[in-house]
Design a protein around this ligand. Structure first.
Ligand SMILES: Cc1ncc(COP(=O)(O)O)c(C=O)c1O
Length: 417
């Protein structure tokens, strides 16, 4: 395949040591939960392309909506021009959100959606004439993106804080208040430092890229109480957890609390094209209203509200309305719990956990994730081990036998190791 060998000299892969990285598998076609490779092999996909393809690949309703939009108008700038897909999507997202989460700001990736959330929280304070509240409280194990602003609020190791020391803004990153000691430390931290904070940010219920670590809904309730007490903006980053992944449409619903800002991306377009949103409350939005341009939110990505992305997202929301996604998640959850449980007995397995359509097998360590990945490919499945975990976050439409192929492959590869 000449395109592969020639292009290999020119591409730069994500999170990869290019000197030793193996040649990626050439993919030529997708459908449902399957990825077709150029050599004719077909893999059952266990991760839905970094958690995006929640309706399965090439869902005909999304394909039809995007094709029609492509023919009518692929994109126009959002500054000064309006289009129905974006305005309709904003209205629908606001209707899905609780409380006064009514204002939708569009961008093109999760990292940028989080950057915008930080900017909103900090600038709201500045607009109200309060200087010095510029920090965002974030949590160990958290992940919010790879841009410089978001790296600064990731787990220090994930965000490579020491490598980029001096370049990153300094934000406090402390333990999530989930047990007696961390709750005490959290409360003490706020007592001493709340005056420098604009916001608290968390991935509700699951720290995804940090290793699929779950926490109880009570943690979110505690964060809400603290944010109210100290007048902080509470940001829930639902870029991974949004759209049914944890068993409810949004993870925060399980805690019965409402944040001040929500960020969404990934499954928003069903994995079709890049789109992200930062949704703010009416109260936060009001902090930007005045007679002066100086208090405007100064952000505007070129491809914000891309019409193809908005068409895909509207079609995705239709599917959530028409098809029984949350019931499918409940069935996936039960099957994952049942079929991954035997992994507990295997040597080297530290933990097996399931929440919604997320199944995790945590090992003592993974020496060679690439070799493990290839062993799974030999079994006909696409799973991407990282850190010390093997995880499944399949399309919410995956068939029971396809899910069994994934869990079975994980068990047999670990048993053989
Ligand atoms: C919770 C969370 N926030 C933000 C991001 C960053 O999104 P993107 O890769 O689209 O910039 C991710 C990506 O994995 C994520 O899981």
């Amino acid at each position: 395949m000449p395109w592969l060998e020639e292009g290999w000299r020119h591409v730069w892969l994500p999170y990869a040591q290019m000197q030793t990285a193996p040649l990626p598998l050439p993919a030529v076609r997708t459908e449902g939960s399957r990825i077709h490779l150029a050599d004719g092999r077909v893999l059952v996909d266990g991760i839905a392309s970094w958690w995006t393809a929640c309706h399965g690949y090439n869902h005909p309703h999304i394909v039809q909506a995007v094709t029609a939009q492509l023919q009518a108008m692929p994109h126009v700038m959002f500054g000064g021009l309006a289009h129905e897909p974006a305005y309709r999507l904003a209205t629908r997202l606001a209707a899905l959100m609780p409380g006064s989460l009514n204002r939708v700001f569009y961008s093109d990736s999760g990292s940028v959606a989080v950057e915008v959330a930080i900017k909103m929280a900090v600038q709201a304070r500045l607009n109200q004439g309060e200087r010095g509240r510029t920090k965002v409280l974030a949590f160990l194990g958290g992940y919010h993106g790879d841009t410089f602003g978001t790296m600064a609020i990731c787990d220090p190791e994930e965000g490579m804080h020491s490598l980029f020391a001096g370049l990153l803004q300094e934000h406090p990153v402390i333990a999530l208040p989930r047990d007696e000691a961390s709750i005490a430390a959290f409360e003490l931290f706020l007592e001493e430092h709340a005056g420098s904070l604009a916001a608290i940010i968390v991935e509700p219920l699951v720290q995804g890229a940090g290793g699929m670590v779950f926490h109880a809904p009570e943690v979110l309730q505690r964060l809400r109480r603290a944010a109210d007490h100290y007048g902080l903006v509470l940001i829930f980053d639902e870029i991974f957890t949004g759209f049914g992944r944890t068993g409810t449409m949004f993870a925060f619903e399980q805690a019965g609390v409402v944040p001040d800002i929500v960020t969404l991306s990934k499954a928003l377009t069903g994995g079709t094209c890049p789109l992200a949103v930062t949704i703010a409350t009416d109260e936060l939005f009001a902090a930007f209203l005045s007679d002066s341009p100086d208090t405007s939110l100064m952000h505007g990505p070129t491809f914000m509200a891309n019409a193809l992305g908005c068409a895909a997202a509207n079609a995705g929301l239709d599917l959530f309305e028409r098809e029984p996604r949350l019931e499918q998640v409940a069935a996936i959850s039960a099957q994952l719990a049942r079929e991954l449980a035997p992994c507990r007995e295997l040597p080297g397995v530290r933990d097996v956990r399931v929440l919604g359509a997320i199944g995790v097998v945590q090992l003592e360590r993974i020496e060679n994730p690439a070799a493990l990945r290839m062993a799974l490919v030999e079994k006909g499945v696409w799973v991407r081990p990282f850190r010390d975990i093997l995880y499944l976050t399949p399309a919410l439409t995956i068939a029971a036998e396809e899910l069994s192929a994934l869990t079975g492959a994980i068990f047999s590869v670990l048993a053989a190791a």
